[in-house]
Write a protein that binds this ligand. Structure first.
Ligand code: SAM
Length: 245
């Protein structure tokens, strides 16, 4: 039996932003140390699953240190760093709670890159990317991802569309109507573009549709909230063309 199968489901799983390797002795940062030592009450010799978004997932054992700087010795490799489909989610920033939810779902649903896109009707302009990354890390720890979604810098729609890669399909969720999603979803480099609560302007719609490889799609006869549209679109694409089959 692999060391993975012997681990209880309750074994804590954490992201560490440092390269891991067999036999390595690492010291966890204070927040992770506090969580394991004080919240999870781990003792020396107890197991923890660690992944680093570089080398994969590893089995570690608590080995010395303090509640603020816990020592971990890496005992075995549990898995390699995953490969997720090359899917970008390009979404207009939303009010705080909602964009945080979009970041969390983007990670769980297997998005490779999250791209915040400022459009004419975007309400939010200052976006805390570190906060969004933190939500994606927490989601990855929960859902078992070993590769974190890339957190792109915030772009204007014009900057996003400029020099659009010819090999990347741009699926544009158009609330005024478009092709059925099934006609747009195909394996290969893809981006899904979701507008803000106020939707896209006619000029923005024309600019997106002018991009080679862009396809306007309908998400049905009802107007979805932007966060709903983001999650539904990524799920549909994963089921039709991604890694859910
Ligand atoms: N203010 C717009 C309106 O009333 O028509 C609604 C915008 S909607 C809240 C936010 C974004 O979600 C849209 O820009 C679009 O990208 C996506 N969306 C929502 N419902 C959709 C639908 N039925 N078909 C395609 N996209 C949709």
């Amino acid at each position: 039996m692999s060391s993975d199968e012997r681990l209880p489901a309750s074994t804590p799983r954490l992201f560490v932003d440092q390269p891991l390797g067999l036999g390595a002795a690492i010291v966890l940062p204070t927040p992770a140390s506090h969580f394991l030592a004080t919240v999870m009450r781990l003792n020396p010799g107890d197991a923890v699953r660690l992944f680093d978004d570089r080398t994969g997932e590893w089995l570690g054992r608590v080995d010395g240190g303090t509640r603020k700087a816990l020592g971990i010795r890496i005992e075995a490799q549990l898995g390699v760093r995953e490969t997720v489909p090359d899917l970008w989610l390009c979404a207009a920033p939303l009010k705080r709670g909602r964009i945080d939810w979009v970041a969390e779902k983007a990670c769980e649903l297997g998005v490779a890159r999250l791209v915040p896109v400022l459009t004419a009707r975007t309400v939010v302009d200052k976006l805390n990317l570190d906060r969004l990354r933190a939500h994606m890390i927490e989601a990855a720890e929960q859902c078992g991802r070993t590769a974190l979604p890339e957190m792109s810098e915030t772009l204007t729609l014009a900057a996003l569309l400029r020099d659009w890669p010819a090999d990347r399909t741009l699926i544009f969720a158009d609330e005024t109507g478009g092709a059925p999603f099934t006609e747009a979803a195909r394996p290969g480099p893809t981006a899904i573009l979701i507008g803000p609560e106020g939707g896209f302007t006619p000029a923005e719609r024309d600019a997106v549709r002018a991009v080679q490889g862009s396809i306007g799609v309908s998400l049905g006869p009802r107007i979805l909230r932007a966060d709903t549209a983001a999650a539904v679109s990524v799920g549909l694409w994963q089921a039709l063309a991604g890694d859910w089959n």
